[in-house]
Design a protein around this ligand. Sequence first.
Ligand SMILES: Cc1ncc(COP(=O)(O)O)c(C=O)c1O
Length: 382
Amino acid sequence: MNTVLMDITLRDENLVTPSLVMDFANIHRTYDRFEAAFPEGKLFYAVKANANFEIVKLVVDRKGGLEIASLAELEKSLDAGAIGEQIICSNPIKNPAFLKAMHRNHVYAMVVDSTFEVEKVAQYAPGSKVYVRLAVDNKGSVLPLAGKFGVSGEEALAIFDLAKERGLQPIGLSFHVGSQCLSVNNWVNAIKACGEVWREAKARGHHMYFLDIGGGFPAGHYHDGTIPTIEEIGSSVMRAVEHFIPTTPDLMLILEPGRGLVGESGRLAVSVVGKATRGESTWLYLDAGVFNGLMETFEGFPPVVYLMADDAAERPLMRYTLAGPSCDSCDVIARDIELPEIHINDRLIFIDAGAYTNEYAVAFNGFPIPSVVNLNVEAVAA
Ligand SMILES: Cc1ncc(COP(=O)(O)O)c(C=O)c1O
């Protein structure tokens, strides 16, 4: 992170709040780390994490790929200069208009994880390359994604067979270990499970070459030593692929980082707009809450927040409940957290806010979603 420019921006009195400040030099550095950690991998950025047009363009300009979930994300990817070959869709549920648009634009491949979806893809995007999402263990993740999507190995094989019968081209497997995955073993075990299905699918005559290990790469390594780094995940994944996936000369190893690519490159600046004593607690009300930027705190992500003030180190430490500005009682960001004494109009900074901040945000009660400030957009790959 170019902390000097970020720091100047976050201190600037003219910065409106809430603002999400993104550092593009840091996104490039993170991209470089993914490329080094996964030498045989191909990065398809999960646009859902932060659909900032400049980020999508950065990935396209670096000849990376994009993982999309909707028609709007497809249109943005094309506007940023992506061609169909650079796009995949790992959303298991796709509507007809989206399928037709992907077909028209020659999107490289798309996921299926039910027989109904196979029929739909065959109807609206005939002949498409398809991969099947396996259900895998999400236990080590802050935000598990299991249950809603994914199938067993046996179901995957039946889906491959049906897809082929319907004129689609089955090419491989995908999975998602859950977002902010803290257990490297989740990837290793998932790849092992893929290996077993891969072998059987080959035996049934399917040409398997596409292995998509999804997202889940966590953010926050530099302030918490317990979070696995991109490099640690990369070395375990590369070994697991070597060990468990049958030899495949044309293997395409796909990664779909969302948070892992952009999470650490964003900081959210907010203002304290109210304060109250309620029983034992002192409440601080901020101009961003769970609806307009901090939804992930509602999903179990502990916020990492600091006071931006020259005298922060001199102020006594206090305990606070942090809440958003809306009238809804669920709009609580954190309880009983320690901060220097805070006054109304103080500025707080949430770190690791580059993913799932503005994408989740709505202007409930008329409170605006964060403005976006892009720093170092002209930065280039190393
Ligand atoms: C299919 C798919 N791929 C990739 C991602 C990105 O995940 P993450 O931000 O944890 O890397 C998601 C997130 O929900 C997803 O659903």
